[in-house]
Structures are given as structure tokens and as C-alpha cells.
Design a protein around this ligand. Structure first.
Ligand code: HEC
Length: 248
């Protein structure tokens, strides 16, 4: 019996649940393993780790001798432009809008006006400038280096050129023999009224409730008796009349 118990216990003793105490290195935590106290070996001077070689400076910066250049580091085809369009629509349209005129939703709601990518000044900027702006931000614009890979940043830069062309295109830009349709015709084919692509007039708001109407207990919370009978609307009217009074 005892021999049988030992036979079970001895293998179990070697089977401790040690997973909560793994001998692994955690970033920024010291270790007694190396004499230096570090948990990683410093990179050997003059070597580059796998996947960290940014040898193609232009591809990674858009600059040559610190000046932005107007060239793509790889050939552009429709696949690249479609990828650029997709990434642009995800990351840039909230501020620059789908056509790039700088009037995206966020700007319409009060963000600092984003650059109009169709303006003559920005149109003249080289492709490398767009790459640089995405990589490092520009004025009030944050950078998108963490979200967009260098490959995709170039695809977006190429797509900005396509947008600029599309918004300034003339009939001469269309190859001979290609059927040209007006926006009104395209709208109708898509099932919209011909006037769909024209400017939209947003109807003015009427019957906007006042602050007092939106806060049901507003009248009850106003304890300012001094302000007089007009101070029923959450004190707002009373404050206004006092402000007028001080001006006199
Ligand atoms: C959060 C809003 C926002 C987003 C998103 C945004 N931008 Fe901008 N962008 C701005 C603002 C604001 C400016 C103008 C900055 C200034 O002049 O201070 C600007 C300016 C620019 C300019 C003009 C720089 C110049 O030379 O004047 C370019 C090019 C540009 N953005 C490209 C992009 C691209 C490409 C993306 C998407 C990857 C993008 N932006 C996303 C807000 C944004």
C-alpha cells in the first residue's frame, strides 16, 4: 500500500504548477540572469535586427537631403490607387472629406479647418510632402504613423493626386471614345433625383426647446429669489437682466 502511494506521489512532486511563476523576461523589469541586470542583450554595435532595416531612406521619409520629392518609391497602378482610396476614406475623410476639400464632418463640427487638398498651394506640394504630413502630422493635424504603414502612406499620397485630378479634370483629360456622363445622369442611374449631386440646403431648425424645457426641474432648482419674476428659466433670464443692468 505504502509503496503504491509513493509510486503516485514521487512523479507528482516533479509536476508542480509553476505557470504563474514562469522564468520569462518582462519588458522594463530587471533580471539577475545577466551581470548587467538587464533582461535583454544590447544590440551589437553596427548590426541591424531582422525587420528593422530602413535602408531605403526615401521610402521611409519622402525626403532626399531633407527636401520632399515629387516621386513615388514604387510603381502606381489601379490596385495601389484603390488601396489609397480605401485608406484615405478611413483615416482622412473625417477632416478632409471624401473629395479632400478640408470640409469633413469633424471640421463641420468645429475642428480647425483641415487643409484643402485641392487648393493650388497644396496641389503644388510634392508627393513626399504628403507622405511627411501623414508621418509627422502638420499644425493641428495629428500624425498617422502608428495607424498607416509607409507602404499605405504612399498609396494615400498617390490617391491625393487622383483626387486633385478628379476635381479639376477637363473633357480633354478623358481618352477619346470614352462615354462621358453628367453627374445628373449618374444620379438617375443610381436611383436618385437628377438634382442629387447639387448643393443641399439643410432646413433651418424651428421649435428648438429652451434649456428650461429640456431640464424638467429647472424651475424648482432656481432658488435665486432676488433676481425677480423673470428668473424662472434656470436663472438665465435673471442673469441676463443683471448683466444689462451692470452695463448701464
Ligand atoms: C483630425 C483631423 C484630420 C485628419 C483625420 C487628417 N487631417 Fe490632414 N489636416 C488637418 C488639419 C487641421 C490641417 C491643417 C493644419 C494646419 O494648417 O495647421 C491638415 C492639413 C493637411 C495637409 C496640408 C499640409 C500643408 O502643406 O498645408 C495635408 C496634405 C493633409 N492634411 C493630409 C492628410 C491625410 C493624407 C490624412 C489621412 C491620412 C489627413 N490629413 C488626416 C486635419 C486632419
Amino acid at each position: 500500500m505504502a509503496t503504491a502511494a509513493l509510486a503516485v506521489l514521487i512523479p507528482l512532486a516533479g509536476c508542480r504548477q509553476d505557470m504563474q511563476n514562469e522564468p520569462k523576461m518582462i519588458p522594463q523589469r530587471g533580471s539577475k540572469f545577466f551581470a548587467s541586470g538587464r533582461s535583454v542583450r544590447p544590440q551589437v554595435l553596427g548590426t541591424v535586427a531582422r525587420g528593422q532595416l530602413d535602408a531605403d531612406t526615401y521610402f521611409y521619409t519622402g525626403l532626399i537631403d531633407e527636401k520632399a520629392q515629387d516621386a513615388m518609391p514604387y510603381p502606381v497602378n489601379m490596385t495601389v490607387l484603390r488601396r489609397g482610396q480605401e485608406r484615405f476614406d478611413i483615416y482622412c475623410t473625417p477632416c478632409h472629406s471624401r473629395v479632400g476639400n478640408g470640409r469633413g464632418m469633424i471640421v463641420e463640427r468645429g475642428y480647425k479647418p483641415a487643409g484643402d487638398l485641392l487648393s493650388s498651394r497644396i496641389l503644388k506640394e510634392p508627393l513626399g510632402h504628403y507622405f511627411d504630413v501623414i508621418s509627422h502630422g502638420y499644425g493641428a493635424m495629428p500624425d498617422y504613423a502608428a495607424q498607416i504603414t509607409p507602404q499605405d502612406r504612399w498609396a494615400i499620397a498617390a490617391y491625393i493626386r487622383a483626387l486633385q485630378l478628379s476635381q479639376n479634370a477637363t473633357l480633354q483629360d478623358v481618352p477619346a471614345g470614352v462615354n462621358i456622363q453628367t453627374l445628373a445622369e449618374v444620379s438617375q442611374q443610381m436611383g436618385y433625383a437628377p438634382s442629387f449631386p447639387q448643393g443641399w440646403t439643410i432646413p433651418a431648425l424651428t421649435n428648438v426647446p429652451s434649456a428650461g424645457d429640456m431640464i424638467p426641474n429647472a424651475k424648482l432648482t432656481n432658488t435665486n429669489q432676488q433676481a425677480g419674476p423673470e428668473a424662472t428659466n434656470h436663472g438665465v433670464a435673471g442673469k441676463q437682466s443683471r448683466a444689462k443692468g451692470t452695463k448701464k
